[in-house]
Design a protein around this ligand. Sequence first.
Ligand SMILES: C[S@@+](CC[C@H](N)C(=O)[O-])C[C@H]1O[C@@H](n2cnc3c(N)ncnc32)[C@H](O)[C@@H]1O
Length: 207
Amino acid sequence: MSIFDSVTPITGGSKEAGRAYHAIPGEDGPTHRGDTDARVDAIVQNVSVKGANILDIGCSVGGISIGLAANGAGFVRGVDYDESAVAVGNSVIEKRGLSAKLEALDLNDKKTWVRVSNGHDVVVWLSQWMWMAKQIGFDEARDRLAGLDCETLVFETAQGPQDGEAGSNRVMGADGVASLLKDAGWSSLPVYVSPWFGRTMFVCERR
Ligand SMILES: C[S@@+](CC[C@H](N)C(=O)[O-])C[C@H]1O[C@@H](n2cnc3c(N)ncnc32)[C@H](O)[C@@H]1O
Protein backbone atom coordinates (compact mmCIF):
# COMPACT_ATOMS: atom_id res chain seq x y z
CA MET A 1 0.00 0.00 0.00
CA SER A 2 1.49 3.35 -1.06
CA ILE A 3 0.28 6.86 -1.73
CA PHE A 4 1.02 6.18 -5.42
CA ASP A 5 -1.18 3.06 -5.76
CA SER A 6 -3.74 4.96 -7.87
CA VAL A 7 -1.16 6.35 -10.33
CA THR A 8 -1.69 5.07 -13.89
CA PRO A 9 0.83 5.02 -16.77
CA ILE A 10 0.68 7.98 -19.18
CA THR A 11 2.70 9.32 -22.10
CA GLY A 12 5.51 11.48 -20.73
CA GLY A 13 4.85 10.56 -17.12
CA SER A 14 4.63 7.34 -15.14
CA LYS A 15 5.57 4.22 -17.08
CA GLU A 16 4.10 1.80 -14.54
CA ALA A 17 0.87 1.57 -12.54
CA GLY A 18 1.46 2.45 -8.91
CA ARG A 19 4.80 4.19 -9.58
CA ALA A 20 4.91 7.99 -9.68
CA TYR A 21 7.17 9.83 -12.12
CA HIS A 22 8.92 11.64 -9.29
CA ALA A 23 9.12 11.69 -5.51
CA ILE A 24 7.06 13.96 -3.25
CA PRO A 25 9.15 15.44 -0.41
CA GLY A 26 8.20 13.70 2.84
CA GLU A 27 6.15 10.90 1.22
CA ASP A 28 7.22 7.30 0.63
CA GLY A 29 6.35 5.15 -2.37
CA PRO A 30 7.79 3.86 -5.63
CA THR A 31 8.94 6.46 -8.16
CA HIS A 32 10.94 6.56 -11.39
CA ARG A 33 12.87 9.68 -10.46
CA GLY A 34 13.99 10.47 -6.92
CA ASP A 35 15.77 13.83 -6.95
CA THR A 36 12.83 16.11 -6.14
CA ASP A 37 14.40 17.43 -2.93
CA ALA A 38 17.64 18.31 -4.73
CA ARG A 39 15.74 20.09 -7.53
CA VAL A 40 13.60 22.04 -5.05
CA ASP A 41 16.76 23.04 -3.14
CA ALA A 42 18.42 24.25 -6.36
CA ILE A 43 15.36 26.36 -7.21
CA VAL A 44 15.05 27.82 -3.71
CA GLN A 45 18.76 28.73 -3.68
CA ASN A 46 18.64 30.48 -7.05
CA VAL A 47 15.15 31.99 -7.38
CA SER A 48 13.08 34.35 -5.17
CA VAL A 49 10.44 31.84 -4.17
CA LYS A 50 9.11 33.51 -1.00
CA GLY A 51 5.67 35.00 -1.71
CA ALA A 52 5.97 34.27 -5.43
CA ASN A 53 3.09 33.27 -7.66
CA ILE A 54 4.44 30.14 -9.39
CA LEU A 55 3.25 27.98 -12.28
CA ASP A 56 4.57 24.38 -12.49
CA ILE A 57 4.06 23.11 -16.06
CA GLY A 58 3.75 19.31 -16.24
CA CYS A 59 3.65 19.06 -12.45
CA SER A 60 2.94 15.29 -12.30
CA VAL A 61 2.18 14.30 -8.67
CA GLY A 62 3.26 17.80 -7.60
CA GLY A 63 6.56 17.01 -5.89
CA ILE A 64 8.17 20.25 -7.08
CA SER A 65 4.99 22.31 -6.46
CA ILE A 66 4.70 20.90 -2.95
CA GLY A 67 8.38 21.53 -2.24
CA LEU A 68 8.12 25.16 -3.39
CA ALA A 69 4.90 25.76 -1.43
CA ALA A 70 6.61 24.33 1.67
CA ASN A 71 9.45 26.82 1.08
CA GLY A 72 7.18 29.87 1.28
CA ALA A 73 5.83 30.39 -2.24
CA GLY A 74 2.77 32.65 -2.23
CA PHE A 75 0.83 30.20 -4.38
CA VAL A 76 1.83 27.35 -6.69
CA ARG A 77 -0.44 26.34 -9.54
CA GLY A 78 0.54 22.98 -11.01
CA VAL A 79 -0.86 21.76 -14.33
CA ASP A 80 -0.67 18.29 -15.84
CA TYR A 81 -2.92 16.20 -18.08
CA ASP A 82 -2.34 13.18 -15.81
CA GLU A 83 -5.52 13.12 -13.72
CA SER A 84 -4.30 10.28 -11.49
CA ALA A 85 -1.08 12.14 -10.61
CA VAL A 86 -2.90 15.44 -10.00
CA ALA A 87 -5.33 13.73 -7.59
CA VAL A 88 -2.48 12.26 -5.54
CA GLY A 89 -0.69 15.61 -5.36
CA ASN A 90 -3.83 17.48 -4.33
CA SER A 91 -4.47 15.00 -1.51
CA VAL A 92 -0.99 15.79 -0.11
CA ILE A 93 -1.53 19.55 -0.55
CA GLU A 94 -4.84 19.35 1.31
CA LYS A 95 -3.42 17.12 4.06
CA ARG A 96 -0.61 19.62 4.69
CA GLY A 97 -2.66 22.81 4.16
CA LEU A 98 -0.23 24.15 1.56
CA SER A 99 -0.85 27.14 -0.69
CA ALA A 100 -0.97 25.21 -3.93
CA LYS A 101 -3.43 23.55 -6.29
CA LEU A 102 -2.88 21.09 -9.13
CA GLU A 103 -5.18 21.09 -12.16
CA ALA A 104 -5.75 18.37 -14.76
CA LEU A 105 -5.47 20.16 -18.11
CA ASP A 106 -4.03 19.35 -21.54
CA LEU A 107 -1.60 22.14 -22.37
CA ASN A 108 -1.34 21.16 -26.03
CA ASP A 109 -4.65 22.97 -26.49
CA LYS A 110 -3.76 26.54 -27.51
CA LYS A 111 -6.64 28.25 -25.67
CA THR A 112 -5.80 26.37 -22.48
CA TRP A 113 -2.12 27.28 -22.88
CA VAL A 114 -2.87 31.01 -23.31
CA ARG A 115 -5.26 31.01 -20.34
CA VAL A 116 -2.87 29.14 -18.03
CA SER A 117 0.62 30.28 -19.01
CA ASN A 118 0.48 34.02 -18.33
CA GLY A 119 0.53 36.11 -15.17
CA HIS A 120 3.00 34.27 -12.92
CA ASP A 121 6.19 35.60 -11.30
CA VAL A 122 7.99 32.31 -11.81
CA VAL A 123 7.33 29.50 -14.27
CA VAL A 124 8.84 26.09 -13.49
CA TRP A 125 8.92 24.01 -16.69
CA LEU A 126 10.78 20.79 -16.00
CA SER A 127 11.04 17.87 -18.43
CA GLN A 128 7.73 18.64 -20.12
CA TRP A 129 8.80 20.87 -23.04
CA MET A 130 10.09 17.93 -25.11
CA TRP A 131 6.75 16.18 -24.84
CA MET A 132 5.01 19.33 -25.98
CA ALA A 133 7.45 19.64 -28.89
CA LYS A 134 6.74 16.06 -29.92
CA GLN A 135 2.99 16.62 -29.71
CA ILE A 136 2.53 20.11 -31.22
CA GLY A 137 5.79 20.48 -33.19
CA PHE A 138 9.13 22.11 -32.50
CA ASP A 139 8.30 25.58 -33.87
CA GLU A 140 5.07 25.98 -31.89
CA ALA A 141 6.74 24.66 -28.71
CA ARG A 142 9.68 27.09 -29.18
CA ASP A 143 7.22 29.97 -29.81
CA ARG A 144 5.48 29.13 -26.53
CA LEU A 145 8.84 29.16 -24.73
CA ALA A 146 9.61 32.53 -26.33
CA GLY A 147 6.21 33.98 -25.50
CA LEU A 148 6.08 33.09 -21.80
CA ASP A 149 5.17 36.13 -19.71
CA CYS A 150 7.02 35.76 -16.39
CA GLU A 151 9.98 37.28 -14.56
CA THR A 152 11.90 34.05 -14.07
CA LEU A 153 11.77 30.70 -15.85
CA VAL A 154 13.20 27.50 -14.38
CA PHE A 155 13.70 25.08 -17.28
CA GLU A 156 14.90 21.55 -17.89
CA THR A 157 14.40 19.36 -20.91
CA ALA A 158 15.97 16.22 -22.32
CA GLN A 159 14.99 15.11 -25.73
CA GLY A 160 13.00 16.77 -28.40
CA PRO A 161 12.66 17.41 -32.07
CA GLN A 162 15.54 19.58 -33.21
CA ASP A 163 16.11 21.49 -36.42
CA GLY A 164 12.59 20.81 -37.55
CA GLU A 165 12.85 17.05 -37.11
CA ALA A 166 9.35 16.68 -35.76
CA GLY A 167 9.05 13.58 -33.63
CA SER A 168 12.79 12.97 -33.39
CA ASN A 169 14.15 11.49 -30.20
CA ARG A 170 17.62 12.94 -30.65
CA VAL A 171 19.19 13.77 -27.33
CA MET A 172 19.39 17.47 -26.56
CA GLY A 173 22.33 18.00 -24.20
CA ALA A 174 22.90 21.01 -21.95
CA ASP A 175 24.46 23.02 -24.79
CA GLY A 176 21.46 22.32 -26.99
CA VAL A 177 19.05 23.40 -24.26
CA ALA A 178 21.00 26.63 -23.61
CA SER A 179 20.90 27.35 -27.34
CA LEU A 180 17.15 26.65 -27.49
CA LEU A 181 16.64 29.06 -24.57
CA LYS A 182 18.78 31.72 -26.27
CA ASP A 183 16.76 31.40 -29.49
CA ALA A 184 13.61 31.85 -27.41
CA GLY A 185 14.96 35.08 -25.87
CA TRP A 186 16.13 33.78 -22.49
CA SER A 187 19.54 34.11 -20.87
CA SER A 188 20.17 30.96 -18.88
CA LEU A 189 22.31 29.88 -15.96
CA PRO A 190 22.79 26.16 -15.25
CA VAL A 191 22.09 25.57 -11.55
CA TYR A 192 21.75 21.80 -11.16
CA VAL A 193 22.76 18.62 -13.01
CA SER A 194 20.49 15.70 -12.20
CA PRO A 195 21.55 12.09 -11.70
CA TRP A 196 18.47 11.45 -13.91
CA PHE A 197 20.20 11.16 -17.31
CA GLY A 198 22.38 14.16 -16.51
CA ARG A 199 19.57 16.62 -17.17
CA THR A 200 20.60 20.20 -16.46
CA MET A 201 18.24 22.67 -14.82
CA PHE A 202 18.55 26.32 -15.88
CA VAL A 203 17.35 29.52 -14.22
CA CYS A 204 16.45 31.97 -16.98
CA GLU A 205 15.82 35.70 -17.26
CA ARG A 206 14.85 37.78 -20.27
CA ARG A 207 17.83 38.77 -22.44
C1 LIG B 1 8.74 13.77 -17.70
S1 LIG B 1 7.38 14.26 -16.68
C2 LIG B 1 8.07 15.60 -15.75
C3 LIG B 1 7.34 15.86 -14.45
C4 LIG B 1 7.94 16.98 -13.60
N1 LIG B 1 7.82 18.26 -14.25
C5 LIG B 1 9.38 16.68 -13.29
O1 LIG B 1 10.28 17.25 -13.91
O2 LIG B 1 9.62 15.85 -12.42
C6 LIG B 1 6.37 15.15 -17.85
C7 LIG B 1 5.01 15.50 -17.33
O3 LIG B 1 4.33 16.29 -18.30
C8 LIG B 1 3.00 15.84 -18.40
N2 LIG B 1 2.50 16.21 -19.74
C9 LIG B 1 2.97 15.78 -20.92
N3 LIG B 1 2.28 16.36 -21.93
C10 LIG B 1 1.36 17.18 -21.35
C11 LIG B 1 0.35 18.05 -21.85
N4 LIG B 1 0.12 18.17 -23.16
N5 LIG B 1 -0.41 18.76 -20.99
C12 LIG B 1 -0.20 18.63 -19.63
N6 LIG B 1 0.73 17.80 -19.10
C13 LIG B 1 1.51 17.10 -19.95
C14 LIG B 1 3.06 14.34 -18.14
O4 LIG B 1 1.84 13.82 -17.69
C15 LIG B 1 4.15 14.28 -17.06
O5 LIG B 1 3.63 14.34 -15.76
